[in-house]
Design a protein around this ligand. Structure first.
Ligand code: NCD
Length: 315
């Protein structure tokens, strides 16, 4: 196992061997999670605090389960109810929590960069559970694990990421990870939702779904991030569905064995047709959720090993 990080703030700083270490360990944790006992003690004696400043269903529950399956004491801070509402700054909240001696801090925040800032103020391992439009590293890792298990490899695949690229931390982290693994990446979406300069990143950019989906192995759909939009990015949801919503007709342009992914939560009938999302022969959306728990177990386990080593060296 090679993993040299103190925190998991993004995919950007990770080398290929570190990504593969997380995925390999996660494969073991999938097996553990499917077994009768479901438990190991890699995090026994450690305290994990989840701080979610933005709503979350899957990610928060997945981190909670991951910690519990590995024996950590897990606390969910309800940030809606906390002193943040009374005007306490992020840094003060972090210092207060730090005084409770957590070992793992899982943070989601609406501002890009907020989790990095927090990591500089605490002496435990920090995991980014999504910061603004910046990164969502465990999502990209769980997507990578899902792809590797479905396709048998994680390189030289044609992968299309479709929809609201501009507002998506999921797209950013996936682009970085899948690029590091030497895949051919295509971005498909309306120009208003496509950040400038994407072709310089080595991706092909398409405005047309049928053209962009031609012969791809993986179709990754994104949620239309309405809460991050402040103007008219699309003519209407109906028009968006017509042009960019994934239905059987558009999917027919991809390879016959192409898989369909979505990080959730889905807007059915906006970016994806419900029957495609539920088609167990094409959609791996439920597998993504399962892989999420395993990847988070692996990431926290590897960070905890480094944390313990660092503390032993300092003692
Ligand atoms: C994503 C997120 O929060 O960035 N959801 C998730 O973590 N499962 C994607 C989204 O909200 O669209």
């Amino acid at each position: 196992m090679t993993f040299r990080q103190d925190h998991l703030l993004g995919i950007e700083p990770l080398a290929q061997d570190e990504i593969l270490s997380i995925l390999d360990l996660a494969d073991d944790y999938v097996a553990l999670s499917r077994s009768r006992e479901k438990h190991a003690d890699a995090l026994r004696g450690l305290t994990q605090i989840n701080m979610f400043f933005e709503n979350s269903t899957r990610t928060q529950s997945s981190f909670e389960l991951a910690g519990k399956r590995l024996g950590a004491d897990v606390m969910n801070m309800s940030m809606q109810a906390s002193s943040i509402k009374k005007g306490e700054t992020l840094i003060d909240t972090a210092l207060t929590l730090n005084a409770m001696r957590p070992d793992l801090l899982v943070v989601r925040h609406p501002h890009s960069g907020a989790v990095d800032l927090l990591a500089q103020k605490v002496n435990c391992a920090v995991l980014n559970a999504g910061d603004g439009r910046h990164e969502h590293p465990t999502q990209a890792l769980l997507d990578a694990l899902t792809i590797r298990r479905a396709k048998g490899r994680l390189h030289r695949l044609n992968i299309a990421i479709c929809g609201d690229i501009a507002h998506s931390r999921v797209a950013r982290s996936n682009l970085i990870l899948l690029g590091k693994m030497e895949n051919r990446l295509r971005l498909i979406g309306p120009p208003t939702l496509m950040p400038a300069g994407m072709s310089e990143f080595g991706c092909e950019v398409y405005e047309d779904m049928e053209e962009g989906l031609k012969d791809v192995d993986v179709v990754m759909m994104l949620r239309l991030q309405k809460e991050r939009m402040d103007g008219g990015f699309i003519p209407s949801e109906r028009e968006y569905y017509h042009r960019y919503g994934l239905d059987a007709e558009k999917l027919a342009f991809a390879k016959p064995d192409a898989i369909v992914m979505h990080p959730g939560p889905m807007n059915r009938g906006v970016e994806i047709d419900g029957t495609i999302a539920d088609d167990i022969n094409r959609s791996v959306i439920q597998e993504q959720v399962e892989m999420g728990v395993a990847v988070r177990m692996a990431a926290m386990d590897l960070l905890a090993r480094n944390l313990r080593a660092k503390r032993e060296a300092a003692a």
